[in-house]
Write a protein that binds this ligand. Structure first.
Ligand SMILES: Nc1nc2c(ncn2[C@@H]2O[C@@H]3COP(=O)(O)O[C@H]4[C@@H](O)[C@H](n5cnc6c(=O)[nH]c(N)nc65)O[C@@H]4COP(=O)(O)O[C@H]3[C@H]2O)c(=O)[nH]1
Length: 770
């Protein structure tokens, strides 16, 4: 069926079909023809009957019209009364005239006084109804006119007196019909629902927002029973809606807090109306999570509490990340010790306490001796293990109540509080050094001995602020290293001068080769059994124009630190070989020269090639050269360097271990290395004749080295008694002031050429001063 067409002409709500209902009804008039034929009685009777009937019909019609009129009057009266009744309510009266398409309503936004005339205005429906709602309203009117609905009902926007659109809910019914029962007029009431619709909209939006919120939201009544929760809450807690609605919020209580804690929070919410904070909660599966809660209270119009609204956030991950960040910012991840920043903070607090309680603090700055060599040669993984083991050893020694921190690299710091005297700090430093006497465990198989050098500064004696105290302890530590390592030193002001001097020396060292300030001296070695000078050790000397004579023990570590030792080392090698080659031309073809090699040179990939090139350039037989490597260098890197050492042996160069006995290496371990000579450190030789322990060590080393087929040289031999002991114990060679101090090249040559084996018991006479 085609929908009725709305006429544009009238601009009203009336469809064409409806207009058809409203066309004025045309009645056909009934006519009576009276016969003038007197004989036709039958006809007269019929006419009379018809007249009677007509009168009766007219009567009925009149009666009905009167009834209708009275009915309409009644309706009008009712309409008037309805208008009057509506005046007092929020509802508004309206009437729609189907034929004209016009809407009648009470005029004026503020309605007329009930005592006066209730004025009506008539507006075209299309003007009154919002264009977007017009089609819908027309459909509803049509449906009602066609009898599909009992009542006309629509929610539509209508222009008010000020021309604003207001939402109205209109309902109405037919109040006037034509003779055929077609509706002529619909009247009813309209209620302004703008506010309600707005509220509904807001409610819809807010419930949609709640539904889609990432934050979990729970609405709880005054007994703390759940009234409503959003999907995020269910996701967060793992509960279904049915599990929680009506249940008490304590279902989420975790075991991290006791019941009194949760009770306290609920009491706060009750008293203050709101509570923000972090508490542990428990999910349905028992997992506990840290929850940030913001609670507020919803009150009714009278200020009476209605419900609590809780917004919950699972911040477990966030907290964990924060903790991790805090940890990373304050702790060293390798050793788990506090880092520099936390140390400074703790030191500052310790200073404040010491100031208040009028006592002392000591800062111990600790550095592992030759750690760099060990790290370079053993690799960083082993280096890390050493640092971890050293950290544990340190903490274990000083106890948990003192701060032990790692500043980076192999530098550690200990803060000692509540000291009565500076000697207490010395005591702890000594204990630390002793604790490091026992080797550190690297893994199941390997252990390594590494000693610390310690510098000490004191509050308030040396400085009052953390940075100064640390700087001074660092300075003292450098002095401890310079004093031979494995020792401690307390800071004093003179050290600063030494540090400054060190800095200038280090600067001058860079120009040393260009300026030709380096030279070699040579110290002869005597083979005891044969009474013959078999070799010389080349020792480096630096005579600086600016700083005078600087001992190798001072500048070689600096050259190692800066990497300059590579250049300097190659110069030494070439110079020593050149000297020997010159001497060989004087007939000293059996003589060997020993050259000290630092770990950096050894680690350099091409060092065997450098040696081979130098030997080839100078045409010196490789068997005339001996390379001296310190024990700590070899021990730190025994397996790794074994292959490298083998390359030298294949060249025909001899290898000696210098300073043997200082690095805790075992002879059995050395057996694996292709070395030819062991040089017993002068520290053992010095006390040989007074200290039975040193005597025992020396004799054992000699015996064991021989059993391994190694040549033994005793260094730092100064007295006849020492020579006697060494001879008795079959030490192969001696080197030291007893024989000769290191000599300039020409003097050494003269010494060797003039050497005659002395009578036993008579010290040889040096031929020239060193
Ligand atoms: N108390 C005492 N000392 C004695 C006696 N006889 C010799 N000495 C000293 O002992 C040191 C022996 O050298 P070193 O153990 O290799 O120890 C050397 C060596 O490790 C290093 N060094 C010297 N020259 C070089 C070099 O060219 N390269 C490298 N890498 N290191 C070098 O410097 C260290 C010290 O060298 P120097 O000062 O020349 O000190 C030398 C020498 O002068 C003695 O009877 N009593």
């Amino acid at each position: 069926m085609r929908p009725p067409q709305w006429t544009r002409r009238g601009r009203g709500l009336l469809p064409d079909a409806a207009r058809a209902y409203t066309r004025p009804v045309t009645y056909a008039s009934a006519g009576v023809r009276v016969s003038t034929n007197p004989g036709d009685l039958q006809l007269l009777v019929a006419a009379a009957t018809a007249s009677v009937l007509l009168v009766a019909l007219l009567f009925i019609m009149l009666h009905r019209r009167r009834r209708e009129r009275s009915y309409i009057e009644q309706l009008r009266d009712r309409e008037e009364r309805l208008k009057l009744a509506l005046w007092a309510t929020d509802e508004r009266y309206w009437a729609y005239d189907v034929a004209s398409g016009r809407i009648h309503r009470l005029a004026g936004e503020s309605r007329n006084s009930p005592s006066g005339e209730l004025a009506e205005e008539s507006i075209d429906a299309a003007e009154l109804v919002h264009p977007e709602d017009l089609a819908m309203v027309r459909r509803r009117v049509d449906d009602y006119l066609a009898g599909h609905t009992d009542t006309f009902l629509a929610e539509l926007r209508v222009a008010n007196d000020r021309g604003e659109w207001v939402w109205m809910r209109a309902r109405g019914r037919a109040v006037s019909r034509d003779a055929q029962g077609r509706i002529q007029r619909i009247a009813g009431t309209a209620l302004n629902i703008t506010g309600t619709r707005e509220a509904d909209r807001e409610l819809r939006i807010s419930s949609e927002v709640l539904r889609s919120m990432n934050e979990a939201v729970a609405v709880i009544d005054r007994n703390f029973d759940f009234v409503s929760v959003n999907p995020a809450f269910l996701r967060m807690t793992g509960y279904d809606e049915d599990d929680v609605i009506g249940r008490n919020a304590s279902v989420l209580d975790s075991l991290q807090h006791d019941a009194a804690f949760y009770q306290h929070i609920r009491e706060q919410i009750r008293r203050k109306g709101r509570w923000n904070g972090e508490i542990w909660q428990r999910r349905k599966d028992g997992e506990e999570f840290l929850c940030q809660i913001e609670s507020s209270t919803v009150y009714d119009k009278n200020g009476q509490l209605i419900l609590y609204v809780m917004v919950l956030n699972d911040i477990t991950q966030q907290k964990r990340a924060e903790q991790e960040l805090r940890y990373l910012a304050n702790f060293d991840t390798l050793t788990n010790l506090p880092n520099r920043s936390l140390l400074s903070e703790r030191l500052s607090r310790a200073i404040v306490r010491a100031h208040r309680e009028d006592n002392r603090i000591a800062v111990l700055f600790l550095d592992l001796d030759r750690f760099k060599d060990v790290n370079d040669s053993l690799g960083h993984a082993a280096g890390d293990r050493i640092l971890r083991a050293a950290a544990a050893r340190l903490q274990q020694t000083v106890g948990m109540h003192h701060t032990v921190a790692r500043l980076g690299g192999d530098e550690f710091t200990v803060v000692l509080e509540n000291l009565d005297s500076p000697e207490e700090a010395d005591h702890v430093a000594r204990e630390i050094i002793m604790a490091f006497e026992a080797p550190l465990l690297l893994d199941d198989r390997r252990e390594i001995a590494i000693s610390p050098s310690i510098g000490i500064s004191l509050y308030p004696d040396h400085a009052h602020v953390p940075t100064e105290l640390l700087k001074q302890a660092d300075t003292a530590m450098y002095q401890a290293k310079a004093a031979g390592r494995r020792t401690f030193m307390r800071y004093d002001d003179a050290m600063d001068v030494a540090v400054r001097q060190r800095a200038t020396i280090s600067g001058a060292l860079r120009k040393v080769l260009d300026r030709g300030e380096l030279r070699l001296v040579f110290q002869p070695q005597l083979a005891l059994a044969e009474g013959r000078i078999t070799g010389v050790e080349a020792l480096l000397r630096w005579q600086s124009d600016e700083h005078g004579d600087i001992p190798p023990a001072d500048f070689i570590p600096m050259a190692e630190e800066s990497g300059l030792i590579l250049e300097i080392g190659e110069w030494v090698l070439r110079e020593a070989c050149l000297t020997l080659q010159r001497w060989r031309q004087h007939g000293l073809t059996e003589l060997t020269v020993s050259v000290n090699v630092s770990v950096l040179q050894l680690l350099r990939g091409d060092f065997p090639e450098v040696v081979s090139r130098v030997l080839a350039d100078i045409e010196l037989p490789p068997s005339s050269l001996e390379l001296e490597l310190t024990e700590s260098v070899l021990m730190a890197n025994a397996e790794h360097t074994a292959a490298k050492l083998q390359a030298f042996r294949e060249l025909g160069v001899s290898l000696a271990i210098d300073d043997f006995g200082t690095g805790y290496s075992s002879l059995a371990y050395l057996k694996r290395l292709p070395i030819t000579t062991i040089k017993i450190d002068k520290a053992f030789i010095g006390d040989l004749t007074h200290d039975p322990e040193d005597a025992a060590i020396t004799s054992t080393v000699i015996t064991m080295a021989h059993s391994l087929g190694l040549n033994v040289v005793a260094e730092g031999v100064e007295t006849e008694a020492q020579v006697r002991f060494l001879r008795e114990h079959a030490c192969n060679e001696v080197q030291g002031f007893w024989l000769s101090p290191p000599l300039e090249a020409h003097a050494c040559l003269a010494f060797i050429r003039n050497w005659r084996p002395a009578r036993e018991g008579t010290p040889p006479r040096p031929v020239a001063a060193p």
